[in-house]
Design a binder for this molecule. Sequence first.
Ligand code: ADP
Ligand code: MG
Length: 648
Amino acid sequence: MKDWAVEKGATHYTHWFQPLTGITAEKHDAFISPVGDGEVVLEFSGKQLIQGEPDASSFPSGGLRATSEARGYTAWDPTVPAFVKDNAVGDVTLFIPTAFYSYTGVALDKKIPVLRSIDAVSKHALRVLKALGNTVSKKVVATLGPEQEYFLVDKELFLKRLDLQLTGRTLFGAPSPKGQELEDQYFGTIKDNVSAFMADLDTEMWKLGIYSKTRHNEVAPAQFENAPVFSMLNTAVDHNQLTMELMQKIALRHNLVCLLHEKPYRGINGSGKHNNWSLGTDDGLNLLEPGDNPHDNMQFLTFLAGVIRAVDRHADMLRGACATAGQDHRLGANEAPPAIISVYLGDMLGEIFEKLGKGEKYVSKGVSFTDVGVDNLPSFPKDNSDRNRTSPFAFTGNKFEFRMVGSAMSCAGPMLILNTAVAESLDDIATRLEKSKDVKAEVAAILKEVYKENSKIVFNGNNYSAEWEKEAAKRGLPNVKNSVDAHKALITSKAEGILVKYGVLTKEELHSRYEIYIETYSKVINIEANTAINMASTMFIPAAIKYTTILANSISKVKSAGGSSKTQETVLKMVSSLLDSASGKLMAAIDARAKAADITEAVKKAESYRDSVVTAYTSLRDDIDALEALVPAELWPVPTYADLLFKL
Ligand code: ADP
Ligand code: MG
């Protein structure tokens, strides 16, 4: 892709697109003319593209504006390529990636703070590089490669499940007789219809300039992953949004529906987004590349120490930035990853960090080889570290992989917190190195200090284990298991301090986001409650009642014919008792919902939804799922887990 930039006052720019057909962009604002092999010139007049003014009044503002203050402005973000969307009916539209701000100049979107955070981390990373003696690199950029997990489900089955349609997850469903216990999905063959979807997705992603690279089955049945080649963080965030949109759109073409929810099915792995993050320079250096001798690589060690310290200091904020109602089913629920943030370094780096941290010498063991004991196969060089799939923040060779991000979330929130946390840490380090007369000695001192103060965040073991939860508590690491509480980390004085200091979010902007998160939580739970109540009242309870009538008829008929109705009576008793229990719980859920809806204070309201409403409809679910296991399949009004997970 060509490098390009829009200069102030420019009237056109050139950019590479896929060959375009049937472009009918408005000549008045902009038009695109092909000039050669897949290259086009986009020309525009007026200022509409550089600055637009859509109505911002229906956009969540978190108290930033009164409803009457409707002005919102879009500003062209020239760091991300513009793109053309071509829908199935031949309607072609040019999209300009934009930032969104209010009449008073306040950031309304996620892009502006992300761009500010990139500036902050770049600036201080460059200072560190310079202080370490690099005179060549002119710019540092944050890089991101987001792996996106998702589920696919048959469209016809999906349309029979109101919960999937309205909430993105199943609010009911007894376990399928077969789940993911055989672990046969990951390495299994990809079914033809899924392959066709994946191929189509790749093509459409490539058309938008998103370098889709990896596609594979994931651990759960009907779960998959897509990963692009990494790019500059701002671009990657936008591209991930487009990827999610494409996944949903393209699945429909294949009679499938793409589920991006973090936990579509109870008892089955959820979906995340693994944010592979690093820092790179304009001349091609990866600042987290350990090289062959990491223990001697001052640059690598300095940046590594910077990241470790940032994650330890701001683990609470990183967790808070990954919180949503959907994530509450995933984080801390004994699957990747836990709600406790820790950093995985692996054996070799872990040892280097420990030795240098204690001021001891590290003796390199050289490259070792693995021999698998087959004559025809060579010995393979061993990697620096094994992979730790359970770690929420793992060093994976030359980047960190932040695995706590939810599959349906924007990468923006978690990434802007990470960038800012690292900016602060590198700012401190840069200031020390700039003042120091002996940079090498100063780096050694910094490593010792980080080891002493922050190594509590480093953990190489199994993050899912109960022992780790205990150990983490001893170390004083935060372990916040629900999003309402986790969000609070975003408005502490510590959070305000760094986000304001590094110009990423003003206090006002920060609080508006917090309010939006809290309100969104309540709204999501309210929708789930409405849906659960509706389904239980109009589908499940009536189906069970119908079955009791069938059983009762059978009992009287069989009895009058002189037969034994013992089985029917036993089943009737079980169904009736579950029905009584379920209807009681239904009433309780209706009651809890009304109480929560009446609360006006936002945090108290969200807490009430969390403590009373979620528990009420989850408990109702238990009875309905038990009924599902008793009621004949032909009477059950919705497709079962076995259908949803295995009929693809
Ligand atoms: P795995 O599933 O084994 O972790 P994948 O290949 O699915 O690996 O994904 C790894 C992701 O990390 C890809 O998107 C890749 O482009 C990205 N990546 C590689 N190097 C960097 C880097 N320096 N900065 C950011 N992301 C990177
Ligand atoms: Mg992967």
